[in-house]
Design a protein around this ligand. Structure first.
Ligand code: PLP
Length: 393
């Protein structure tokens, strides 16, 4: 072929983290066909959709089977009923949003990646460690990325202290994947103030909002000034078990503009051009998840995972191992014992305890020496992993 390719792809690391984990687990299973592996690796949920959601979806399926109520393409930004339900959900946290600032989508991952299309060659600030999609999507776009170092010294919550320059795209993930660290109001305010003063934009990834426990902001718009400097991306995946069902939303406040161009209009244009909406049935399910009863059920679902998190955290506490997360996050971020590198720890844990976790190095250079365990397994699997961890550590 003679077509020119996007050379930026050459700058990506060869293997996506979870493909590498999958390959190592497959190799181990092939060599040990009787292995009884417990997976606390990939951040996927295991509990089924809640009753409110499935009842609403079943009703929507019946509507699709009837000529009188059948629906074709959905509105490109989402059905009004879901957008209104999302706006009402924000009222739970004292945040008021206009319906035309909310864009329904098929996943936070898509939006986190696609939003990069709106920007030119701005410098990008990405926490390290963090969800790898921020880095890879900006590498694909050929942007200059700098890292915000997170470690035990700052409780895995980097601050803007010492930063100069302007016009940054800043990623914040709180509660954080993988560290479980969560910004309080003062911490988020620092970022909002920095972004405002430096003409920067915050991309606030709020995928784990439902796991917040305690007096932490559930939305960046709880912070004064955030409407002028932040886009918020949320998801039904971890809140309502929608990882396979696919539904999310992104908030782009009207105040956001640069050089007189509205980001809300740009995102609307982008979505209308390249995205054809989330299925009606799924949007009805998502609407139900945000109703009072649906929300209560989601809290139960989250509560189950958080009990798992408490079991895993208990091992770390009893063994005197440093860790973060597990209280406002489904992730437990532990320090590998004896300075063990994280992929070595992965291999040891797999071969000696048959437990799979995620090596911290896969989330950035500062993740080296740490390891992520998730609480998304079943209670039985988590209890089994906990028994093995007590022996192994
Ligand atoms: N953002 C973060 C921080 C995540 O950890 C994940 C999934 O693990 C996503 C976004 C993707 O969410 P979704 O399933 O909505 O694409």
């Amino acid at each position: 072929m003679k077509i020119l390719l996007n050379d930026n792809y050459k700058n990506l690391k060869k293997n996506y983290l979870f493909s590498e984990i999958g390959a190592r687990v497959r190799a181990y299973s092939e060599a040990h066909p009787d292995a009884n592996i417990v997976r606390l690796g990939i951040g996927d949920v295991t509990l089924p959709l809640t009753k409110s959601v499935t009842v609403a979806m079943a009703k929507a399926v019946a509507e699709m089977a009837d000529k009188a109520t059948f629906r074709g393409y959905s509105p490109e930004y989402g059905y009004d009923f879901l957008i209104r339900a999302i706006a009402n959900h924000y009222k739970r946290y004292g945040v008021t949003l206009a319906c035309d600032e909310i864009f329904v989508s098929d996943g936070a991952k898509s939006d986190v990646g696609n939003i990069t299309e709106l920007f030119g060659d701005n410098p990008v600030l990405i926490p390290d460690p963090v969800y790898p999609v921020y880095l890879d999507s900006n590498i694909m776009a050929g942007r200059r990325v700098s890292f915000l170092r997170a470690g035990e010294e700052n409780g895995f919550l980097p601050t803007p202290e010492g930063l100069s320059g302007e016009g940054y795209i800043i990623y914040i993930c709180s509660p954080n994947n993988p560290t479980g660290a969560v910004y309080d109001r003062a911490g988020l305010s620092e970022w909002v103030n920095f972004a405002t003063a430096s003409g920067s934009l915050i991309i606030f990834d709020n995928a784990y909002e439902a796991y917040i426990n305690g007096d932490y902001p559930h939305s960046i718009y709880e912070i004064e000034g955030a409407r002028g400097c932040a886009i918020e991306i949320c998801s039904f995946s971890k809140t309502a078990g929608f990882t396979g069902t696919r539904c999310s939303w992104t908030v782009v406040p009207r105040e956001l503009s640069s050089g007189g161009v509205s980001l809300c209009e740009m995102w609307g244009r982008r979505q209308a051009t390249k995205f054809n909406g989330v299925p009606y049935v799924v949007q009805r399910g998502a609407e139900a998840a945000l109703s009072d009863e649906g929300f209560r059920e989601c809290r139960e679902l989250v509560g189950y995972y958080m009990e798992n998190a408490a079991l895993i955290s208990g091992v770390m506490r009893d063994k005197g191992i440093y860790f973060t997360g597990g209280t406002s996050s489904p992730y437990i971020w532990m320090k590998c014992p004896d300075g063990c590198p994280s992929w070595t720890f992965f291999d040891k844990l797999l071969s000696e305890a048959e437990v799979v976790g995620t090596p911290g190095a896969g989330f950035g250079a500062c993740g080296e020496g740490y390891f992520r365990l998730t609480s998304f397994g079943s209670r039985e699997a988590t209890e089994e992993a906990v028994r093995r961890l007590y022996k192994f550590l």
